[in-house]
Design a protein around this ligand. Structure first.
Ligand SMILES: Nc1ncnc2c1ncn2[C@@H]1O[C@H](COP(=O)(O)OP(=O)(O)O)[C@@H](O)[C@H]1O
Ligand SMILES: CC(=O)N[C@@H](CCC(=O)OP(=O)(O)O)C(=O)O
Length: 300
């Protein structure tokens, strides 16, 4: 008797949570949400299954998820296995001709199909693509310079086949979304001469979020959100606050391009961006469908 009463209380709480989701389901009805699923956020098979289930639930609720995935740690493991050295400049992998082949194999092959299978296993209809399909993401070679500390002269850095998206053609994605599919996109771009480019997955996700005028860009990473100088997660940030935190050095390392991607995507047409911990169970659902949210919301 005692036990069944306690169970009933749990059911009521569950029903209340479902009921509280109504305004959020209405807000995101027929909206596109781009989700960047980073290599660190992927975790084991159970975490992958949880992510796939949440994505399938979103689609079932008539919210249109578009997944852009990374795979940095998985590329690193494959390069190590094949004895290929790799280095990073400003968080970007210097990518020579041999490396770009391995990057494409890992991202557009193994990881892309793992995510597609996981979503389809949950009853979704995922379709795996890379930026090469239908010229989805046309790139130019990324140019970077570095100031020599002694002469103060800017020197050009050659990162090889690292691409900067210059044109996103989202037509195929829009067609798939309307036909009830879930696009899963590997951040491999195509050059105007047909060459292959390795694109940072945050950058690729931001470019798609802007081109698709997504109502949200969710950047799943391995920290709870953007933290202040005391290490506390900030729930809301404006572009001005982001600029100040970068200037003060509170936002540093890999978080700088992530925040920059969020700001660029918003400038390009996305509604708002959220940086959140992809390893936390149901992170996307909590962010989209509850009043608590998760992570750091960046909006104007
Ligand atoms: N203010 C900050 N708040 C949160 N994380 C920060 C901050 N400044 C720097 N970081 C670092 O940024 C990292 C996230 O960037 P990165 O490792 O490139 O993520 P991913 O591999 O998911 O793309 C965090 O793990 C953290 O070490
Ligand atoms: C140019 C560049 O650095 N490309 C990245 C692409 C994958 C990526 O960004 O994956 P995560 O999001 O898991 O880090 C790389 O080669 O690692």
């Amino acid at each position: 008797m005692e036990k069944s009463r306690a169970m009933k209380r749990d059911w009521v709480a569950t029903a209340r949570t479902l009921s509280e989701a109504l305004p959020y389901l209405q807000r995101y009805d027929d909206q596109i949400v781009v989700i960047k699923f980073g290599g660190h956020a992927m975790g084991d098979d159970e975490a992958m299954a949880g992510f796939a289930r949440d994505v399938t639930l979103m689609k079932q609720c008539n919210l249109h998820p578009v997944v852009v995935h990374g795979g940095g740690p998985q590329i690193a493991a494959m390069l190590k296995k094949l004895n290929v050295q790799s280095e990073f400049v400003d968080g970007l992998r210097v990518t020579d001709a041999a490396t770009v082949e391995i990057v494409e194999m890992v991202l557009a092959g193994a990881i892309n199909k793992r995510i597609v299978s996981a979503i389809n296993h949950q009853g979704g209809r995922a379709v795996g693509l890379s930026g090469k399909d239908a010229n989805l993401m046309v790139c130019e070679k990324l140019t970077r310079t570095k100031r020599d500390p002694d002469s103060r002269i800017e020197q050009a850095l050659d990162l090889g086949f690292v691409g900067q998206p210059v044109q996103v053609n989202p037509g195929l994605i829009e067609t798939l979304v309307r036909a009830e599919f879930v696009p899963v996109i590997a951040p491999v771009g195509v050059g105007r001469g047909g060459e292959t480019y390795n694109v940072n997955a945050d950058t690729a996700a931001g470019a798609f979020a802007a081109a698709l005028r997504a109502s949200r860009l969710l950047l799943l990473t391995d920290v709870a959100g953007v933290k202040d100088a005391d290490g506390d997660v900030l729930t809301d940030l404006s572009p001005e606050q982001c600029a100040r935190l970068i200037e003060e050095g509170v936002i540093s390392g890999g978080m700088i391009p992530k925040v920059q991607t969020a700001l660029d995507a918003m400038k390009g047409g996305a509604g708002a961006a959220v940086i959140l911990d992809g390893r936390a169970p149901h992170a996307c659902l909590l962010e989209l469908f509850t009043s608590y949210g998760a992570g750091t919301l960046i909006r104007s």
